[in-house]
Design a protein around this ligand. Structure first.
Ligand SMILES: [Zn+2]
Length: 391
C-alpha cells in the first residue's frame, strides 16, 4: 500500500530523459513506484495531476532566506515549498560572524530544504555594500564557519560589488578561494556592479581564478563588470572557465538581468547551466516574482520547457554536488516532487534596464511534495497569483 499516488500527470525528468505520462507512488518519504497505470486502490491518498507536469523537486540555486537576520530575507518556505520549490540555496546572506543562526533558527523551522553559502564578508548581507575594505574579510573565521556548519554550508559567496572590491580587485576573489580550497568547497561569484565601482578587469581576472565546481552567478547581468567587452563580445575567459568546469547561473535578481545582454550572450553560443531567482522580499513583488516565473521568462527568451526544468533540477543538483540525492525522480529516492502547469496567455516581463519582453506561456506551480508530504501553495506574488504579469 502506498501513502500517496500522483496520478495521470506527464513525468518530465530531464536527468533520465523521461517525458511521458506516468504515475508516481510514494511510501513514507520515498518514491516507491513509477509506472504507466498504478491503481488508485493501492494508495491511501490519490491526487489527480492530469494535465500537469510532474518534475523532480525544483532547486533554487540563488535565494536570500535569512529571514529576520537580513532585511530583505524572505521566509524560506515562501521561496520554497509554498512556491513549488523543494530546495533553496541561500547565497551569502550570512557571513562568518552571523551564519551560525541559519542552522539554529532558520533551517529547523523550514519545511523546505535549506542550504547556504557563507559570505566572505564577516557580516554577510546584513549591511550593503558588504565589503568596504580588506578588514571586512576574515579567511580563518570563514573556514571555521564552514567547518562548524557542515552539512548546511556548501561554500563561499562573494559579490564583485562596491568600494572594497574596487580597492582590492581580484585579491578579494583570491581570499575567498583560499577559504574554499582549504575546506574543499565551492565559490559562488556574483558579477555585475550597478554602482560601477568595479573594473571589468576584475571580472576577467576572477574568471581565471574560478575552478571546477565554482559558480558564476548573474550570467545575464547588463551592469558594469559583466561578461561582455565594450563591443558586446563575450570575454574569451568565459570559454576557458566553462571548459574548466565552472557552473554558469543566470540568477535574475532585481538588478542583474538584461534582455539585451541575454540575447548577445545566447547569440554567441553561450547558455547558462542553471537559472535561479536571487529572491528577496522586494524582488518577490517586483521584477523577480517566483522561480516558476523566472522559468516562464526563459521560455519567452526561447528556451524549451525541458531545458528550463533541466536548469532548475539536475543541473542545479550537479552545481552543488548533490546529484546522487537531488534532481531526478528515481525509485528509493526521497520524494521531492514539483507539479507544474503550463498556462497559455499573454505575459509581460521587465528587466532591470527598462526593456520588456512578451511571452505566451506561463509555468505555474500546482503542488509541492517534500520528502513525501504534499504541501499547500501560497497564493503567489502577483495579483493573478502565480501567473506572470499581464500587459
Ligand atoms: Zn543574491
Amino acid at each position: 500500500m502506498y501513502d500517496l499516488l500522483l496520478k495521470g500527470g506527464a513525468l518530465l525528468d530531464p536527468a533520465s530523459g523521461v517525458n511521458q505520462q506516468l504515475d508516481v507512488a510514494i511510501a513514507g518519504s520515498r518514491i516507491q513506484a513509477i509506472a504507466a497505470d498504478i491503481a488508485p486502490s493501492e494508495a491511501a491518498r490519490v491526487i489527480s495531476v492530469k494535465g500537469c507536469y510532474v518534475t523532480p523537486g525544483l532547486i533554487d540555486l540563488h535565494t536570500h532566506v535569512y529571514d529576520g537576520i537580513t532585511q530583505n530575507g524572505v521566509d524560506p518556505d515562501i521561496a520554497g515549498v509554498y512556491a513549488g520549490v523543494c530546495t533553496v540555496v541561500d547565497a551569502g546572506s550570512g557571513g562568518s560572524h552571523t551564519i551560525g543562526g541559519m542552522a539554529r533558527y532558520v533551517i529547523p523551522k523550514a519545511k523546505t530544504r535549506v542550504l547556504a553559502l557563507v559570505h566572505i564578508a564577516r557580516t554577510g548581507l546584513a549591511f550593503t555594500p558588504e565589503l568596504f575594505s580588506r578588514q571586512d574579510i576574515d579567511v580563518p573565521a570563514t573556514i571555521a564557519a564552514i567547518q562548524a556548519n557542515k552539512p548546511h554550508v556548501l561554500g563561499v559567496k562573494i559579490r564583485l560589488v562596491g568600494p572594497g572590491v574596487r580597492d582590492m580587485g581580484a585579491e578579494a576573489v583570491r581570499l575567498a578561494k583560499q577559504a574554499t580550497r582549504e575546506t574543499g568547497t565551492r565559490l559562488m561569484v556574483h558579477i555585475g556592479d550597478p554602482d560601477s565601482f568595479v573594473s571589468p578587469d576584475t571580472t576577467r581576472q576572477m574568471l581565471k581564478l574560478v575552478e571546477r565546481g565554482d559558480i558564476v552567478t548573474h550570467f545575464f547581468t547588463g551592469n558594469t563588470a559583466n561578461i561582455l567587452d565594450a563591443n558586446g563580445r563575450v570575454y574569451p575567459e568565459v570559454r576557458e572557465a566553462l571548459e574548466a568546469g565552472v557552473t554558469l547561473d543566470a540568477a535574475q535578481g532585481r538588478f542583474n538581468f538584461s534582455f539585451d545582454a541575454a540575447r548577445r550572450i545566447i547569440d554567441q553560443g553561450y547558455r547558462p547551466h542553471c537559472i535561479s531567482t536571487d529572491l528577496t522580499i522586494p524582488g518577490r513583488h517586483t521584477l523577480v516574482g517566483s522561480l516558476t516565473e523566472v522559468m516562464s521568462r526563459f521560455l519567452a527568451l526561447g528556451f524549451t520547457l525541458e531545458e528550463v526544468v533541466r536548469m532548475t533540477t539536475v543541473n542545479s543538483a550537479r552545481a552543488i554536488d548533490m546529484e546522487s540525492t537531488l534532481g531526478t525522480l528515481a525509485l528509493g529516492r526521497e520524494a521531492d516532487i514539483s507539479v507544474l502547469k503550463l498556462v497559455d496567455g499573454d505575459f509581460l516581463y521587465h528587466d532591470n534596464k527598462g526593456a520588456t519582453l512578451r511571452g505566451n506561456r506561463g509555468v505555474v506551480p500546482l503542488l509541492t511534495v517534500r520528502a513525501g508530504a504534499p504541501m499547500p501553495l501560497d497564493y503567489g506574488p502577483r495579483a493573478g497569483g502565480w501567473l506572470p504579469e499581464a500587459p
